[in-house]
Every structure is written in C-alpha cells, then in structure tokens.
Design a protein around this ligand. Structure first.
Ligand code: SF4
Length: 347
C-alpha cells in the first residue's frame, strides 16, 4: 500500500472525491478486502482504474510456512527486481502476535553469525514494501479474528541504513486510517549505527529502540560485527546514554549467545559492568544455528550461568523463547535457503 499522500494523489488524479479515499482504506484495512472486486462501496469504473493505478500489495507472497508447534509462521516475498525478503509472525502464549520484518533485501553489515550477512546485498526496501509485510500478516490474522500486537524491525537488513523509508513505514503503521499501531508497540533494532541512534533521539515518534550489542568489549565486538570498526563501543554507549536521557525510554540490548565466543562467565561480568546504571534491559537470544562460519549456539547450561551472573549484578535480563527452528525462522535463513535451491537448479 502506498503512503496516504500517494494514495490521495492517485484518487485525485482519477477525479474521485476525497471521501472515496477513506472508504477505500476502511475496506482494505478494517474489512480486509484486498481484492478490488470485493470492495462494493466503490463505483465499478473507479475500481477498474484503481486496479491499474494502485495495486494493493507491492510485494508478492511466494511462500508461507507454519512451524510444527503452530506458534511461528514465516512468509517469503518477492520484491520488484526478483529478490526475496522475509517476515515472521510469532504467536506468544500470552496471546501477543509479534511480526518481525525486513528493511532491506540482504544486508551490508556482514555480522559473522547472520545468514543475511552472507547474502549479496540487494537494495533498500521502500516504505511501502516494508509496510506491506505487516499488512500481509494483518490480513492473515484478521481472517482469524486476531490482530497484531507488536512489530520488530529485526528481519533482513539494518534499519538505520534505510532510515527515511523505515521511519516512513512506521508512520504508515501508526496512521489511524492504516493499521493504527501505537509507536510504542514498534521496535527498531540497530547493529550499532550511531548516526541513526542520534537521529532517532530527536524524532517525535515514541518507537522503541533495540541495540544488537552481542559483545561487551571492543575487540570481541569487532571480531563478530564489522560495524564496530566504524563506531567504537564507547561512542555507541554514549549515544545510547544520550538517547535514554532525552527520551526516558528503556533500550533493549540484544545478546545472541555464541558458543566459545561471547558466552564466558567473565564476559557476563563485563556486560554487567557496561550495563550497570543504564536504562536498559538485556535480552539473551539462544542462537538458531545457521551453519555459517562454523559458529554454534551456546549450551543451555552456559546460557543459564550467563543470565544468573547478570541477575546477580542487578541487571534486568530475560532469555528469549526460541521459536520456529524447524522453519528457519532466524533472520535471512529462509531467503538464503530459497536462493541456494535456485542456485542448485541453475547449476
Ligand atoms: S544481524 Fe542484522 S545487521 Fe547484522 S548482518 Fe544480519 S541483518 Fe545485517
């Protein structure tokens, strides 16, 4: 779906009165009618013109798979140009439905443990393409009389490398005539783009920020995340302090547990040291192995030890529930698998 401004311009060009825009958006978002033929409220002639001028969905769903436990669903979309991006729906036991979406096709950041990081970078997604991943799941859930609770920008890509389109997509999610999702239910996640954190600090939107920290020291961070060479950990943590001081919003530190790399007890002590006194919450993520770079996830016992050390130091911490391992739910895994299959077919 295009932005409200673009949609209004299309209607205007076609000579349709303003109230038709509201009728159209209501039919699409509130009634879940994505087929123009089913939107009875619009005149037939206008609908014929809109089919050409205003396609409802800008991305083509090519695969939708459900995990064996039925709590995770993953969709693969083809974007203009043929590349694939993915989005994941996670259904939590408490009834929340969270959608994880992509902001780029591929990613330039090259994090060592990430399937997307190993793919060739494609391009930034448009605001419409980002929004449409959520829109797709909105329609899917509406059919089951359910709704979306949260959105996380933790799929493929680095949101702050596509800052303007990402923020535009947030405004679309937020818009009362679109999905009307409160900004505080939306989380932007960055690998550590300090310029983006600074920009977000000054935005009037109340979105949440998550930082993929993954290591508490500069050498360790650099060894797994090339972004750390550009923005050193001290500068990064300073930008987080400035963000929380201005917004009074808690930042989530994401911490993926990698066997023998960042999961030692002394590393937990270091992490506690740099987190202490900050308005943060640490989210420990068991690693969904992707068979890349020989990296494996930490043992469960090490994860528990690590968490206990943080807790003992008074740090707010949780361990994320793993979901959807049987459908390759970690970022980039499905698009990568799909690409590998295509490569095999063309060999
Ligand atoms: S973890 Fe995120 S930022 Fe890093 S390579 Fe993967 S998609 Fe990019």
């Amino acid at each position: 779906m295009k932005t409200i401004k673009e949609v209004s311009e299309v209607f205007q060009k076609l000579g349709a009165p303003k109230f038709r825009v509201k009728q159209f958006l209501h039919a699409v978002f509130k009634e879940g009618k994505t087929d123009y033929h089913k939107i009875q409220v619009l005149p037939v002639e206008l609908k014929q013109q809109l089919i050409e001028a205003l396609p409802v969905l800008s991305i083509k769903p090519v695969l939708h798979i459900v995990s064996s436990k039925k709590n995770t669903e993953k969709a693969l979309f083809e974007i203009n140009g043929g590349q694939k991006v993915e989005a994941v729906l996670m259904r939590y036991k408490d009834g929340r439905n969270s959608i994880c979406i992509s902001s780029q096709a591929g990613c330039q950041m090259g994090c060592k443990f990430c399937a997307t990081g190993t793919m060739k970078f494609g391009r930034n997604l448009t605001a419409e393409e980002i929004f449409d991943q959520v829109f797709y799941f909105h329609i899917h859930l509406l059919k089951q009389s359910e709704s979306i609770s949260n959105i996380v920008y933790m799929g493929m890509g680095e949101p702050f490398m596509n800052y303007d389109n990402v923020l535009e997509s947030v405004r679309m999610l937020n818009h009362p005539d679109y999905l009307n999702l409160a900004a505080r239910r939306i989380t932007l996640s960055t690998s550590g783009i300090v310029d983006g954190i600074k920009k977000l600090t000054d935005e009037p939107l109340q979105v949440n920020l998550a930082l993929s920290l993954h290591a508490p020291t500069q050498p360790m961070r650099e060894s797994i995340m090339p972004v750390a060479r550009r923005w050193k950990i001290d500068e990064l943590l300073d930008s987080i302090n400035a963000y929380t001081a201005k917004t009074h919003r808690r930042v989530s530190f994401e911490y993926v547990m990698l066997n023998g790399i960042n999961d030692q007890p002394e590393t937990a002590e270091e992490l506690a040291k740099i987190s202490n006194g900050k308005l943060t919450h640490i989210n420990i993520i068991p690693y969904n192995s992707t068979d890349i770079a020989g990296i494996t996830g930490s043992e469960k016992t090490n994860i528990i030890k690590f968490k206990n050390i943080l807790q003992k130091n008074g740090i707010s911490v949780t361990v994320r529930v793993t979901m959807g391992q049987d459908i390759a739910a970690a970022c980039g895994q499905l698009a990568n698998k799909n690409k590998q299959k295509q490569d095999e077919r063309t060999k």
